[in-house]
Design a protein around this ligand. Structure first.
Ligand SMILES: [Zn+2]
Length: 317
């Protein structure tokens, strides 16, 4: 249902919920998980909290942090980590207490430092997001390969997939004791995956890396929390999607098609009806750039995605 504001009430900010996914470990799940509507998390120990990502806007980040305060009896947020540089996971960093030690991959820090979108969102989305009173807050601690943090007696491994995947600076938060995985945007549950700032082949390899951990619970970057057989089902969907992107790219390059032309001709099959399907254009730009050994022109990629869609992309921010 879309109301008169053009927004889906089911995706309104007050539809977000904090779910306890293991004792003292929570997922902040924001429907509908589309562009800019992410998931976040928190892990509680006796001595305070680790927060995993913030949200795109000040209002959504405040709502998340309010829910955390209620659920944890106002425990102090000692540590926070950003799973990657994108604004839906990082623009709310400045709402964290000043005393919080913020951790990120070194490329994530550089990506947010030079991110122009926090200063004003280009009109590629409808409605055009307004972040509210946020400012760029960068990690205090960076890592290239990963590190382990201890939250009370809980071990939380912040791991890097070893190369570009969703972005060049991804980290996951893995709790081996609970077999609980906060995957960031290495997993989009039921929504089209996005790898235009990472690598299609790297993202494909990262699915096997995640599966090898043997998670019992996965908090994806977008979409509902996964348990049981849904985990392998969603991992398999990612594998099939990335192989489809690679196949469309290979065919398009062989026939001298642009990424947009290749996307326009492509049969997305089972993925045609997925939310944010226009990401095929962005993902093809990445596959083409990797083939050519060049960079993606982000403005051109977004311009092509809106051309494929016939208008601005959907957000519920
Ligand atoms: Zn995201």
């Amino acid at each position: 249902m879309i109301n008169s504001t053009g927004r889906d009430p089911a995706a309104a900010p007050d539809a977000a919920r904090l779910h306890e996914v293991a004792p003292g470990a929570y997922a902040w799940v924001q429907p509908d998980g589309t562009w800019w509507i992410n998931n976040a998390g928190v892990v509680a120990g006796d001595d305070g909290l680790l927060v995993i990502d913030t949200c795109a806007t000040a209002a959504r980040s405040e709502r998340f942090l309010d829910a955390v305060r209620v659920a944890t009896g106002g425990a102090p947020i000692r540590l926070a980590v950003n799973t990657h540089q994108h604004g839906d996971h990082t623009y709310g960093n400045s709402l964290l207490p000043a005393s919080t030690v913020l951790i990120g991959h070194e490329r994530m820090r550089e990506g947010l430092r030079t991110d122009p979108v926090i200063d004003g969102c280009p009109p590629f989305w409808q409605p055009v997001p307004d972040w509210g009173p946020v400012r760029r807050r960068l990690p205090d601690v960076t890592t290239a390969a990963g590190l382990t943090v201890h939250v009370g007696d809980r071990r939380v491994e912040l791991l890097h997939p070893g190369g570009p995947a969703h972005t060049t600076g991804d980290l996951i938060a893995w709790l081996p004791g609970q077999r609980l995985l906060y995957s960031g945007d290495l997993v989009f549950a039921g929504l089209t995956p996005l790898v235009f700032m990472g690598s299609v082949r790297g993202a494909l390899a990262a699915v096997d890396w995640l599966a090898g951990l043997g998670p019992a619970t996965v908090v994806p970057g977008h979409g509902p929390v996964l348990t049981g057989p849904d985990i392998e089902r969603v991992f398999d969907e990612h594998r099939r999607y990335y192989r489809l992107v690679l196949a469309i790219a290979e065919d398009g390059i062989a026939r001298n098609l642009t990424p947009l032309a290749a996307a326009a001709e492509a049969d997305l099959a089972e993925f045609a009806g997925w939310a944010d399907a226009e990401r095929i254009v962005l993902n093809l730009h990445r596959a083409y750039a990797d083939h050519a050994g060049s960079d993606v022109d982000l403005m051109m990629a977004f311009t092509d995605a809106t051309a494929w869609l016939g208008g601005p992309m959907h957000t519920s921010v």
